[in-house]
Design a protein around this ligand. Sequence first.
Ligand code: ADP
Ligand code: MG
Length: 259
Amino acid sequence: MLPIVQLKEVTHAYLGDREASLAIENFSLHVEAGEFVSLVGPSGCGKTTLLSIIAGLLQPSRGEVFVSGHTVSGPSPEVGYMLQQDYLFPWRTILDNALLGLELTGRLNEISRQKTIGLLGEMGLAGKEYAYPAQLSGGMRQRVALVRTLSTNPGLLLLDEPFSALDYQIKLQLEDLVSETLRRRGTTAILVTHDLSEAIAVSSRVILLQPNPGKIRRIFTVPEAIRSTPPLYARDLPGFAELFHEVWKEMELAGREKL
Ligand code: ADP
Ligand code: MG
């Protein structure tokens, strides 16, 4: 199958006034259609840089980036990008916030509007369409941001620590909701998280990065039994704790070697 995301020897250096800092070096990765992969690793190892490059928001210094076989040259409606903060506009209603992506890409019509209202319902937000962001909890606002990202029906979803600001219980519920929704839609996803158990619970592969400069240290394949179980229950399966410790140990080593 054609990979949805292909990075070939991507290097990126941020240029400052006095010096250049190498954020990622010779990074290659394939993500297949329908796959859910996670990027984990110590802070500063280039996770956000990688997502911004895949999203077309940042042009890498070197290397090639393809999404669905096409060279990435800028942002595209095919790719949804969701961040830790929800970035909802406080003066817009929930529905108007959710419709923003469709509006900006010129695809807002009665059909897409109704679909978005349906999606708000699926995310447990029925009845909140005409409320304002300040009237909603953090978990609800994150779900609105997710609806906004999904409303344009992107084939690829990039998630940069979308659950990390939430309470633990809400975070677990959202993991379930997101992984179930993406599975049903066949959306390919790349999740950045600093929560190893979240990474293992939701993804098919966990890609561990190491810093200075950012590169792949090791790729862990999540066993099918864990992968096909909803995240909340996956954590209780045999093999989960072992895999967690394996990834954790390797991440410790990566951090220590770079001190
Ligand atoms: P992560 O998301 O894994 O924490 P980042 O991709 O944000 O890592 O950062 C990777 C490296 O690039 C870090 O050393 C960081 O300081 C540096 N960096 C990130 N963004 C910028 C920027 N806009 N200008 C200069 N350096 C940056
Ligand atoms: Mg980051």
